[in-house]
Design a protein around this ligand. Structure first.
Ligand code: PEP
Length: 249
């Protein structure tokens, strides 16, 4: 039985004050960590604050991206080692907004994921089709390429240290959620694809769904057999909503 993971992607939201308020709200709530783990991914500037506030708690901290390089002349980049020093244990990689606005490729995401795992961080590797891909019947082709590319040369060991997030691009921030059965179909497809690398690892790997997950649709999505949690954007910015999502399990 796979444990669920509920991850909050704050995107470019959260001053230090807002971060403190949101984390205070999360700490005031409760959830059963036998059923699900929680991770929040604030912007880089708030990671130190989040790391300190959550040091003694069961809530983990993640970053929204990291450099493929470990140090040097890479202006504005943040390395895996730097993330570790502020208490980060997860990192989102290949989010569709990174792919769209920063031209991130499967190859780069693959390289970053290997660097992250090597450093001891758990990568949350994002894949997802655009509306055009879906409407032209190319969902499985695109997702298959993204899985093959981002997990290139992955061993069973690397898979056991990774999390996948399926996020249909057309569902992110739009209020349109994939119907649970449609999401389940893609999650099963992803798991079967990963089984081509290692069957056992495919059964164990957590595959999260992302795309307008809210308190009122979380239960129907998270109860699908191959959906092992959620990557939540907008609804992660309200402590009550995020707690309702994790408590809908
Ligand atoms: C996301 O940014 O990963 C996301 C799923 O956003 P939202 O929940 O707002 O659609």
């Amino acid at each position: 039985m796979r444990k669920q993971l509920i991850a909050g992607n704050w995107k470019m939201n959260g001053t230090i004050e807002e971060t403190k308020t949101l984390i205070d709200g999360l700490l005031a709530g409760s959830y059963d960590d036998n059923i699900a783990d929680m991770v929040i991914c604030p912007p880089f500037t708030a990671l130190t604050t989040a790391g300190k506030m959550l040091q003694e708690s069961k809530i983990a901290v993640g970053a929204q991206d990291m450099s493929v390089h470990s140090n040097g002349a890479y202006t504005a980049e943040i390395s895996s080692g730097m993330l570790l020093t502020v208490g980060v244990s997860f990192v989102i990689l290949g989010h569709s907004e990174r792919r769209q606005y920063h031209a991130e490729t499967n190859q780069l995401v693959n390289a970053k994921a290997k660097v992250a795992i090597d450093a001891g961080l758990t990568p949350i590797i994002c894949v997802g089709e655009t509306l055009e891909d879906r409407e032209s019947g190319n969902t499985e082709t695109v997702i298959g390429q993204q899985i093959d590319g981002t997990l290139s040369e992955f061993s069973a060991d690397l898979l056991s240290k990774s999390v996948i997030a399926y996020e249909p691009v057309w569902a992110i921030g739009t209020g349109k959620t994939a119907p649970p059965e449609m999401a389940q179909e893609v999650h099963r497809f992803i798991r079967d694809r990963i089984a081509g690398i290692d069957k056992n690892a495919a059964e164990k790997i957590q595959i999260l769904y992302g795309g307008s997950v809210k308190p009122d649709n979380a239960k129907s999505l998270l109860s699908q057999p191959d959906i092992d949690g959620a990557l939540v954007g907008g609804a992660a910015l309200k402590a009550d909503d995020f707690l309702k999502i994790i408590n809908s399990l």
